[in-house]
Design a protein around this ligand. Structure first.
Ligand code: PMP
Length: 439
């Protein structure tokens, strides 16, 4: 009967009986009923271009991925204490994309679970509790993940920085603590300062975790040299380096398959989520032999669903589609085209203060002449784009960064569609709007 309920009925029921700490997208929520490539389709058959969903990595409901899941589901799905070929095949094909030093995989079901396990590993291996993470970082919804997510503990309902968490400033070269070129070493020095602070308390560093492009921070690209120096400092202090690739992984960066590869470093632990299952709950933690050996200290790590044959069939198909459809190359080509066209548009519309990102993981930061954030105007743009059938998201500590992170099948024509409407809306008279809508 629920399927025949009106949208109002669905909303009323949700408000009363579903978890309340989750807001709906848009003032008038949309009911999506189908997905197809870079598009979502609502109950009225209206098609929306999706520039938000970096989970539907190879496209919404990709036929090969759907078939892989359906076929395996009809055969067997059980836990990974039994032998099955699928888990080995996915492990092997995943490891082929990573540097040789990263050679052991643990399969889990979400990005949060992946980071939770990475934190446990770091604590078990180093015997230390203290973790260094970025300002405005987000790493997941579990207790340990929230404890290292400044985006949450310093946001609404948060309780501030926990005792064992140490935050370095958002390495934002546009409006951050240090601006412009050659700021990588300055931000790395901030990481060293956190290490020193931990050591002065008579403790040691367990781990350093950061995304290669800080998504909730507003698509913040790490400045050149930062990661290499920060990793060096952490390793000198005996800590492990974790790269959170939940958003950036699997070819999205265009130039490289993984975000950390842009910075010529090799982490000790990599966490992988969203894209790997194309919407199916599948995530992974990949680490070095040394970390894996030291984590296996006698306490078993069992995960009921992690690495099941259905999830692994799906993950393997996703990796194969990325490869066979040339989606990393598409991310590079379409991403660079879109970025350069946005830069051209920014010359005419200087409120587009900074265009940044890699591949199909871009951000447009909206500011006024004094570099003050334009949150209301960013909100206006995203809502008007939705009116024209284009879904966009907003992030950053000041809610003034338009994010573009579509399925990797996003074609040049899709980029042109986005540019066409963005230009049209930028021409509207909206500088005096105030924030009204929750997009
Ligand atoms: N890490 C990052 C960088 C994320 O963006 C997210 C989710 N937005 C997570 C971890 C948590 O992943 P999940 O929601 O799958 O638990």
């Amino acid at each position: 009967a629920i399927a025949h309920q009106s949208n109002e009925d669905l909303i009323t029921y949700r408000k009363k009986h579903l978890g309340k700490s989750l807001s709906l997208q848009y003032e008038t929520p949309i009911k999506m009923v189908r997905g197809n490539g870079p598009y979502l389709i609502d109950q009225y058959g209206r098609r929306y271009l999706d520039t938000v969903n970096n989970v539907a990595h190879v496209g919404h409901e990709h036929p090969r991925v759907v078939k892989a899941g359906q076929s395996q589901m009809a055969l067997i799905n059980t836990n990974s204490r039994y032998l099955h070929g699928n888990i080995n095949i996915l492990a092997q094909e995943l490891l082929e994309t990573l540097p040789e030093a990263l050679s052991v995989v643990h399969f889990v079901n979400s990005g949060s679970e992946a980071n939770e396990l990475a934190i446990r590993m770091a604590k078990a291996v180093t015997g230390e509790q203290d973790i260094i993470a970025s300002e405005v970082g987000y790493h997941g919804n579990t207790n340990s993940c929230i404890d290292i997510s400044a985006y949450k503990f310093n946001g609404k309902g948060g309780n501030g920085t926990p005792e064992h968490t140490h935050i370095f400033p958002l390495p934002d070269t546009f409006r951050g603590k240090y601006r412009g070129k050659n700021t990588g070493p300055l931000y790395a020095r901030e990481v060293q300062q956190q290490i020193t602070k931990i050591q002065k308390k008579g403790r040691g560093v367990s781990a350093f975790i950061v995304e290669p492009i800080i998504s909730c921070g507003g698509q913040i690209e790490l400045p050149t040299g930062f990661l290499k120096e920060a990793y060096q400092h952490i390793r000198n202090a005996g800590g492990l380096c974790i790269s959170d690739e939940v958003q950036t992984g699997c070819g999205r960066m265009g130039k490289t398959f993984w975000g950390f590869q842009l910075h010529h470093v090799v982490p000790d632990i990599v966490t992988i989520g969203k894209p790997l299952g194309n919407g199916h709950p599948l995530a992974a933690v990949v680490c070095t032999q040394k970390v894996a050996d030291e984590f296996a200290n006698g306490m078993e790590y069992f995960n009921t669903f992690g690495g099941n044959p259905v999830s692994c069939a799906i993950g393997t198909e996703v990796l194969r589609v990325v490869k066979e459809e040339g989606l990393q190359r598409n991310a590079l080509e379409v991403g660079e085209y879109l970025k350069s066209e946005l830069e051209k548009l920014a010359i005419r519309y200087p409120i587009m203060g900074n265009i940044r990102g890699q591949g199909l993981f871009l951000g447009v930061e909206m500011v006024d002449k004094k570099m003050e954030p334009l949150a209301a105007q960013t909100d206006y743009l995203a809502n008007r784009m939705k009116d024209h059938g284009i879904l966009m998201s907003i992030d950053g500590p000041d809610h003034n960064v338009l994010k573009i992170k579509p399925p990797l099948v996003f074609a040049k024509e899709n980029a042109n569609e986005l540019l066409f409407y963005l230009e049209r809306i930028l021409g509207e008279d909206f500088m005096d709007v105030s924030v009204q809508k929750n997009i």
